[in-house]
Design a binder for this molecule. Structure first.
Ligand SMILES: [Mg+2]
Length: 122
């Protein structure tokens, strides 16, 4: 079974995404910030990572670049929903850091699921 690591500081988002992906046949592990996310990534080597960008402890861009340093082939999807800078700017940055897809919150579940299926099939 393919495994997804979800990193988001909002418990409700983690819960919602976990449910979505488990319903669609994926195994899901989740972390509440980038530090925990990197730790879980090293331990479990998930097939794909979905990470929020604005988080305490370790924010998303730093998390993405750290994970890419460990394994440049890691499939990453970024998501963002505001903050001091325009979310679009963060999402563009995330792509520069190596995220294959980026999504604005509130998340369009169907579009996110389609992106995951596409990345998993490669
Ligand atoms: Mg957040």
């Amino acid at each position: 079974m393919k495994q997804i690591l979800i990193i988001d500081d909002e418990a409700s988002i983690r819960k919602m995404l976990k449910k979505l992906f488990e319903k669609n046949g994926y195994a899901v592990i989740d972390a509440q910030d980038g530090s925990q996310g990197v730790k879980l990534f090293k331990e479990h080597e998930p097939d794909l990572i979905i990470t929020d960008l604005i988080m305490p402890e370790k924010e998303g861009l730093e998390t993405i670049s750290e994970i890419k340093k460990i394994n440049p082939d890691t499939k990453i999807i970024a998501m963002s929903g505001g903050g001091v800078v325009e979310p679009e700017m963060y999402l563009d940055l995330a792509k520069n850091f190596g995220a294959q897809y980026s999504f604005n919150k509130p998340i369009d579940n169907e579009a996110l699921l389609a992106a995951v299926k596409h990345l998993m099939s490669n």
